[in-house]
Design a protein around this ligand. Sequence first.
Ligand code: ZN
Length: 278
Amino acid sequence: MGIGGCTDRQPVSGRAAPLEVAVTLLPQAEMVKAVGGERVCVTVVVPPGGDPHTYEPAAGQMVKLSQAGIYFRLGPGLLPFEDTLVDRIREMNPEIVVVDTSEGISLLSGGEEGERYDPHIWLSLSNAGKMVENIRNGFVLTDPAFAEYYAGRERQYQSKIREADSFIRATLAGKQGAAFLVTHPAWDYFAKDYGLVQIAVEAEGKEPSAREISTLIDRARREGIHVIFVEPQFSSRESEVIAREINGSVVFIDPLAPDYLSGLQRVASALAEGASNG
Ligand SMILES: [Zn+2]
């Protein structure tokens, strides 16, 4: 599903050829397919299991990107590799329309090394609503004859976003102020939306010292936390140790799930179980 081919392209009878578009992350692919429907085929730069903080595109991907008509980037200052990539794509393919999906979103500080902001914007559903609006605008600009088509599909997906948000609010009812423990600090935007507190083992992309880990364990015990949430993209060696120390368990949550809206609802259910009492 990485760049390599638009294999999901369907022939559309009686219409112009579909647009080839690229996105940086898997969750953006769900959004772009939702809005673009059968007008588009989507390739994803960071493949499943890839780490967007350290990703380096392969040469073959550059060729593929140089053929895309639109690149829905995450946004400037979020992922250093993407900033570099956009410059290179524009040199190879000056016609490409680059859409900043973060436009209009309030960015939080707290990025890793080389990141100006916390890049995990898509993990907030209110941000997702903005991203989808930006995606629709990008399609309308590039393919104005189908403006109504994109607008209709955007409205449908926005209503799915609102349904997912209602599910998450109901799932986390009574958890206001609750704290949860994660290895990788991906969930600040999510926590802010739902009144939760993220406690992270890593800070600014760095591994914690032994003393920092023991402070963290004390805090988790004080807060009555018995779950450490780990992302499948990252190693969980130290999380096993921490789980033992808090007499708890390791639970996986994926910030890059390809089934984006369902994935966030699964995360809410996991947090309802594994966060402290609010
Ligand atoms: Zn991350």
